[in-house]
Design a protein around this ligand. Sequence first.
Ligand SMILES: Nc1nc2c(ncn2[C@@H]2O[C@H](COP(=O)(O)OP(=O)(O)OP(=O)(O)O)[C@@H](O)[C@H]2O)c(=O)[nH]1
Ligand SMILES: [Mg+2]
Ligand SMILES: [Zn+2]
Length: 341
Amino acid sequence: MTLIRKRRLTDQQTRRIEAQQTRRIDEEDKGELREGLIIVHYGRQLLVQQIDGDHDSEQADAPETLKKTIWRCHARTNLPVLVTGDRVRFQVEDHAELGVITALHPRTSLLTRPDRYHKVKPVAANVDLIVVVFAALPVPSPLLIDRYLVACQQAEIQALLVLGKADLLTEEDGLRTLLAEYNTLGYDTLTVETDGDLSELIAQITDKTVVFVGQSGVGKSSLINALIPDANLKVNIISENSALGQHTTTTTTLLPLPHGGALIDSPGIREFGVWHLTVDAIRNGFVEMYPYYGMCRFRNCLHKNEPGCALIAAAAEGKVLPRRLACLNRLEDEAREADKT
Ligand SMILES: Nc1nc2c(ncn2[C@@H]2O[C@H](COP(=O)(O)OP(=O)(O)OP(=O)(O)O)[C@@H](O)[C@H]2O)c(=O)[nH]1
Ligand SMILES: [Mg+2]
Ligand SMILES: [Zn+2]
């Protein structure tokens, strides 16, 4: 019995292998198969960085080499919408200007945002870490930080909270305390100064695909330029190569990090904080509230002034921060308001 089953499997396998081989010969006609990483996406065309290893890896970082290993491609129409950060398989025919992306590798994460028609639009793939930057100036909004953390939780992407412009911190501003509170909630936290020692930040982001988010003016670009000294140079090379460079500042771009990993940046990602959040996502994003959800006397409790509210009681007993409960309520109100319109 077992023997027969084994036989059948073997026959099946043989057929599959034969089919694969014919397909492979087919594909070889259209140029060698290559592995790549989408670094920019312009409408129907994409720039793909070749990542398979037959070039000298030490040279791979040099701008000249980078230029050669980036291919302009279009995607087969049977593929889903591709985004910056996607790992793909592609091929380029001899002497062809344009490559063809033939397969998309599974994504570990996908950042999406609603477009103006309330449809979900993918923005970046395979992001491992979202760096949430805030600073003494502009004056931070803890509500906005909480929004970012909800969105990170929703995307199932790890968050790192960075308090920047350390040189501007004072005893009175309470920002170190604010950062420590997030650390107590279980988030990774760091304090940095753009011109100071960035080694801890470098250690946290190396070998990861990261995005930086935070209010305008907190110092994201300054930090990125300090981390990737030739960031602008690399963006320029991409522009020259593509003849589509005028869009570089508005599209989502991936830049290699000097010590390994990559950074994805775009205005769309910088608006991360205002992407629509659902009430469920908001509740999920307040991790310390989990033990109290569903424990209120009234099932439809809004945790504002209802008797027997488990969340208000937890705040009164110092088990959760009153500020975080207030933020939870504000964000839920906002979400309910937005759903009505
Ligand atoms: N004091 C101080 N100022 C800094 C530091 N890092 C950056 N800045 C200043 O903060 C201002 C804003 O920095 P950006 O890097 O442009 O901020 P951003 O977050 O990229 O802003 P958007 O691109 O508008 O989102 C600039 O004037 C920087 O010089 C720092 O560590 N300390
Ligand atoms: Mg900037
Ligand atoms: Zn309640």
